[in-house]
Design a protein around this ligand. Structure first.
Ligand SMILES: [Zn+2]
Length: 227
């Protein structure tokens, strides 16, 4: 199953690729990055244009996905300095998705690689009551983490915590209500990621997972229940 202790109530994976909605006892927010995808009935998802695909899709093609009450967030979207796609084009596509998130009142799931100053500048243009920004797969320095937290962002942690735990000891200092966990491309690592994150915070995994689930409910305005 998912590697979680059996007393852990339906833990939540805030960002996942791969096969949707496999019932392994984890609620997963499935990422849809292609507007032609047919989302299975029982699946909750985020939808948007990844910065690597900026210019490939028209945001208008995602409208019916965004309309779905099962679409809980816009993204993953964002900025990536290591991509061949020119940054001005990435920025234009990202800004359109920021506007979409505001218009629809859905949070943003953000991919950001070496573009934190640009990200913070865009965030500073929004009112504090705009939908939340979740920076996914975060594994930067303490300084970057707290710059994002100070700007009001939520941080989602994944396999980077397993690979890079030695450089991420600040994880224990992040307010517990600003943390999510995710598997991204590695659904099989869910139990390990939660166990490592909980251990770094000296919490039982079930208690840590319950806190993450409460964060998910608040940020995505959806209570993950078994369907
Ligand atoms: Zn992803």
């Amino acid at each position: 199953m998912n590697g979680m202790p059996s007393n852990c109530p339906f833990p939540v994976d805030a960002h996942a690729h791969g096969a949707p909605c496999e019932d392994d006892g984890v609620f997963r927010l499935w990422n849809v990055g292609d507007p032609s995808v047919i989302v299975p009935e029982n699946c909750f998802f985020s939808a948007g244009i990844h910065p690597w695909d900026a210019g490939k899709y028209d945001l208008a093609a995602f409208a019916s996905l965004f309309d779905s009450p099962r679409c809980l967030a816009v993204g993953e979207c964002g900025l990536d300095r290591t991509s061949e796609i020119p940054l001005p084009l990435q920025t234009k596509v990202f800004e359109a998705q920021i506007a979409e998130s505001v218009r629809r009142g859905k949070p943003l799931l953000i991919h950001c690689v070496r573009c934190y100053p640009e990200l913070l500048r865009l965030k500073s243009k929004l009112p504090p009551d705009a939908p939340e920004w979740v920076v996914h797969g975060f594994r930067g320095t303490k300084r970057k983490a707290f710059d994002l937290l100070d700007a009001g962002c939520v941080l989602s942690f994944g396999a980077g915590l397993l690979r890079d735990a030695g450089n991420m000891d600040y994880f224990a200092e992040i307010p517990l209500d600003r943390i999510l966990v995710e598997t991204d491309e590695s659904p099989e690592l869910f139990g390990q990621i939660v166990s490592e994150a909980a251990a770094m915070r000296l919490l039982p995994p079930s208690e840590f997972a319950a806190a993450v689930r409460a964060n998910f409910r608040r940020i995505f305005r959806h209570d993950p229940v078994r369907t």
